[in-house]
Design a protein. Structure first.
Length: 220
């Protein structure tokens, strides 16, 4: 498995009053090359660089944000660990989890960071509501929750007014690796996935629907 090759991926420009957002469906790609590709695109950005959403899945990996503490990895289960440049603590990515990376010029779109976080959370909440599931957000703990369990995590990074990283939604995956960490740094935090909430969407279908909700929020 390798990192994304945007030039070779399917693209779908989305018509909007603001600059179009290009959607790239990259399939299952290794985490580190994808992260470096996001960094590279952000570093090379110019006034004409398109905004993009990348829909991906990753092989099993734990990622530690800049504030990540080693004690939140409770035991070694053979899953690779990658220290990265987003905020926050530790989370898990694996097959059956939809990840959407948002590579946006926030200044150009006139979106503040707090507004971006709210838009991402609302996109997940709206997707679940359309499937008959009530979800909400929590003050001081970014993400989306169903009752006490976290179904989606987010952690955008902003550099020079441009963001990368994004949101992960648990869809139809092996949740057991979450038991080897304190998810997002919270001891005993429960996680849940859409399959166990009675939602029959496959990961690709959930990715498309979440992407559509994100586009609606970003174009408001």
């Amino acid at each position: 498995m390798t990192g994304p090759d945007p030039a070779a991926s399917g693209t779908a420009p989305v018509a909007a009053t603001r600059p179009a957002i290009v959607v790239r469906r990259l399939g299952r790609v290794d985490y580190a090359p994808t992260w470096h590709a996001m960094q590279d695109l952000t570093a090379r950005r110019g006034p004409e660089t398109a905004d993009e959403l990348w829909i991906v899945e990753h092989p099993p990996v734990f990622t530690f944000g800049q504030a990540g503490k080693p004690e939140h990895l409770l035991r070694d289960i053979g899953v690779p660990v990658v220290k990265i440049d987003r905020g926050g603590q530790v989370t898990y990515h694996g097959p059956g989890q939809v990840v959407i990376y948002l590579l946006l010029d926030l200044h150009r779109r006139k979106i503040k960071v707090r507004e971006l976080v709210t838009a991402i959370e609302q996109s997940v909440i709206d997707l679940l509501a359309a499937q008959g599931v009530t979800a909400d957000r929590r003050d001081g703990a970014p993400g989306v929750y169903v009752a006490a369990a976290k179904v989606a995590a987010l952690g955008p990074r902003v550099r020079n007014g441009c963001c990368y990283h994004g949101v992960s939604l648990n869809v139809d995956m092996d949740l057991s690796p979450f038991a080897a960490i304190n998810p997002c740094g919270y001891e005993g935090l429960q996680v849940v996935q859409t399959r166990d909430l009675g939602i029959s969407l496959t990961p690709p279908a959930a990715g498309e629907q979440l992407c559509n909700h994100l586009l609606r929020q970003l174009e408001r």
